[in-house]
Design a protein around this ligand. Structure first.
Ligand code: NAP
Length: 207
């Protein structure tokens, strides 16, 4: 697949590593050309704004406040599949700035209605993503995928599976209202709860 990652921070770098490792063609965008050039060199990627338009999937790896400006700058065509990994965190990371009746994903989708927004990967720490989907005991980290578009869900499911993750279909985009608080609990447990950033929330299934 052709994948564009927007952002060169913790999550952007972890995605770049795993997407390259999975054999996809990677393109990296960002607002700081030196950082983008360095990341492209490190991960054997291109750094071409024009290539974002032909990507199968665009991963948005900025903070929530920067999401809409970053997507506007990428000038994506109608129907582009965008993975929203953001969590709308308070400055101390211990709360969410919106929820219950909306979510970051729905806010982004409503600001940019021509895009097909998929909520995924927001419950996976950057360190977990970099370390890989499989834990030493063989457990596979889940990625919850929520979107209103069946084709976009299929594409992101294939991408996450190619990176080794256990994909859980989390229904429509409005279920980002559940996934963002789930990430909030993960952050609490990882930092304030002392469990560290190798953890990830999962869902037990029998059979
Ligand atoms: N870190 C985690 O473990 C984790 C886990 C799950 C989800 N998330 C979510 O993932 C997102 C990224 O987190 P992070 O930890 O990777 O943050 P980060 O390290 O601060 O990286 C954010 C990146 O976004 C870039 N950026 C900001 N505004 C931009 C714009 N207008 N156009 C293009 N790029 C822009 C920044 O560029 P500059 O370098 O120029 O500032 C930086 O490369 C957040 O929404 C977070 O809630 C994080």
């Amino acid at each position: 697949m052709n994948i564009t990652v927007i952002g060169t921070g913790n999550m952007g770098a972890s995605f770049a590593q795993q997407i390259s490792a999975a054999g996809h063609r990677l393109n990296i965008l960002g607002r700081d050309s030196d950082k983008v050039r360095a990341a492209a060199e490190r991960f054997g990627a291109t750094a071409e704004t024009s290539l974002a338009a032909s990507s199968d999937v665009v991963i948005l790896a900025t903070g929530y406040a920067d999401a809409v400006p970053a997507l506007r700058a990428a000038a994506l065509p109608e129907g582009a599949v965008v993975v929203d990994i953001t969590n709308p965190l308070t400055p101390d990371y211990m709360g969410l700035t919106l929820g219950h009746s909306t979510s970051a994903a729905e806010q982004i989708a409503s600001a940019l209605p021509r895009l097909r927004v998929v909520k995924a990967f927001n419950t996976v720490f950057a360190q977990r993503l970099a370390a890989g989907a499989r834990l030493p005991d063989g457990t596979v980290v889940p990625v919850f995928v929520a979107t209103d578009d069946a084709q976009a869900k299929q594409r992101v499911t294939e991408l996450a599976a190619s990176m080794g993750f256990d994909v859980i279909d989390a229904g429509p985009l409005r279920n980002a209202r559940y996934l963002e608080p789930l990430a909030g609990l993960n952050i609490y447990l990882g930092y304030a709860g002392g469990l560290g950033t190798s953890i990830a929330p999962t869902w037990l299934r029998q059979g």
